[in-house]
Design a binder for this molecule. Structure first.
Ligand SMILES: [Zn+2]
Length: 471
């Protein structure tokens, strides 16, 4: 529990109001607008404690149903499976899934119409898209009912952090920009009464904006925060620098960006609560989250099948993340390469008793890596840590137009000068190769992307989809 909050609570902000929303207002609204939500909610609550064999059986059943539907009604998959000499009946185990080719973002862009199921009427699906700060957006269809199950997954994973329907939470998010420049579709009353979130847009984080966050948080005093990881860290650092010590959260769910080592501690020390790391994307929503034991991220395995597959040219011990959505029929994503890397050593156990498998550490997007002339890849977020203890460096970003050239963009702190650059160069040297040149450029600021996310590495491959979890 936090002890930092001060001031009185209005009836609207009270636990009583939260309980009324949780037990009366939200169920009435969900019954009308998300009729399958409560059914999925009950099922998912139960599924998380199934015996692991039972859970795998359920996954396999849903996978078979998805493959049969894709083969029958989606020309793209019928063609792909036929070409590979397969029918859905050939996929009998989780391992057999590897026989199917990977679905890339490029496939979705090139064959979009062929990926749409002929068996889902237009009225039962919705068009959705990833925005992307750069490159072309990715368009996809989501079943209306899939939004209900996605909401149920989010609510289940939120509950591990103590956040329930009706509880106030601060939402440091760039969602408005995830879908291009469209305005937020949710009116303010809905945000406040149904979702109970105070959306603090992170797309243009300035000192003034963060001061406004402080004022809003002091007024409503939400007990939880759901945030882009790096935005939360920047906000915590702002509070510390300005000696603002009265903002507190019981728990913080961070997502969409890498949570760098050491930054969990910064958040917990600044705001008092525990950090719950989460991984997801707009295409399939929540993929995996930490529970109260923080042993790793539990996969949303009753709705998704996640594979971490070794592939050539990846850093050792890491694999690419492939996701299969087991429930979305209108445009099935089967073995979808999301563009992130995770550790291959996923055989970790969690004492919480949930059978939902744990995924190894998410190492970031493939585009968060520097690529060297030899083909070696270095994680940008871990390189950014090289300067973590330097008082004269506030922020860094790597720009890499090609493998031979790396530019290190630096926002200097007090005392920045030639010695700072010398020290940065000395620390970077062991990571670079002979043919790689390093240029250091001082900058006044490193803006986040229009999506509100912060990029550690910018390369010529920046057309990839940014990772975010929609609620
Ligand atoms: Zn657990």
């Amino acid at each position: 529990m936090t002890t930092k909050s001060t001031g009185s609570t209005s009836l609207f902000q009270s636990d009583l109001a939260s309980a009324v929303i949780r037990h009366v207002v939200h169920p009435l609204w969900a019954k009308r607008t998300h009729p399958a939500f409560s059914r999925y909610m009950r099922e998912f609550e139960r599924n998380q404690y199934l015996h692991p064999d039972e859970l795998r059986k359920l996954q396999m059943l849903r996978l078979r149903q998805q493959l049969i539907a894709a083969f029958r009604y989606v020309p793209f998959y019928r063609h792909r499976m036929t070409e590979a000499g397969l029918t859905p009946l050939d996929i009998r185990t989780h391992e057999d899934l590897r026989l199917l080719p990977v679905l890339t973002k490029r496939d979705i862009q090139d064959y979009q119409d062929l990926l749409v199921s002929s068996n889902v009427p237009a009225g039962k699906r919705e068009r959705n898209q990833t925005g992307g700060s750069t490159g072309s957006p990715l368009q996809f269809y989501v079943d209306k009912e899939r939004f209900d199950s996605r909401m149920a997954s989010t609510v289940r994973h939120n509950s591990w952090a103590g956040l329930r329907i009706g509880d106030w939470y601060a939402h440091l998010w760039g969602s408005r920009f995830d879908v291009g420049d469209k305005p937020d579709p949710n009116p303010e009353w809905r945000q406040k009464i149904l979702y109970r979130n105070l959306t603090l847009h992170t797309a243009a984080v300035s000192e003034e904006a963060m001061m406004r966050y402080v004022e809003i948080l002091r007024k409503y005093r939400p007990r939880y925060m759901v945030s882009y990881a790096q935005s939360a860290v920047l906000f915590a650092e702002f509070c510390n620098a300005n000696k603002i010590h009265d903002i507190a959260f019981e728990s913080m769910i961070v997502s969409a960006e890498m949570l760098l080592p050491g930054k969990r501690q910064v958040l917990e020390e600044t705001f008092g609560g525990k950090v719950f790391n989460r991984y997801g994307c707009r295409e399939v929503s929540v993929i995996a989250s930490e529970c109260e034991f923080h042993s790793g991220l539990h996969v949303n395995a009753d709705a998704l099948l996640v594979e971490v597959e070794a592939a050539p040219n990846l850093p050792s011990g890491m694999g690419r993340v492939l996701v299969t959505d087991l429930l979305n029929r209108s445009m099935p994503l089967i073995r979808y390469e999301i563009g992130d890397l995770a550790s291959l050593d996923a055989n970790i156990q969690c004492p919480c008793g949930r059978s939902l498998p744990l995924v190894g550490n998410i190492q970031g997007r493939t585009s968060d890596f520097l690529r060297l002339p030899s083909g070696r890849m270095i994680a940008g977020p871990s390189l950014a840590l090289l300067a973590a203890d330097m008082q004269d460096v506030r922020q860094v970003q790597f720009i890499q137009p090609d493998p031979q050239h790396v530019t290190l963009k630096v926002v200097g702190g007090t005392g920045y000068g030639a010695r700072t650059e010398q020290e940065l160069r000395r620390r970077m040297l062991p990571y670079l190769e002979d043919q790689t040149s390093l240029t250091i450029v001082k900058s006044d600021s490193i803006p986040s992307e229009p999506s509100g996310k912060y990029r550690f590495v910018k390369t010529s491959e920046d057309a990839a989809t940014p990772t975010a979890v929609s609620q």
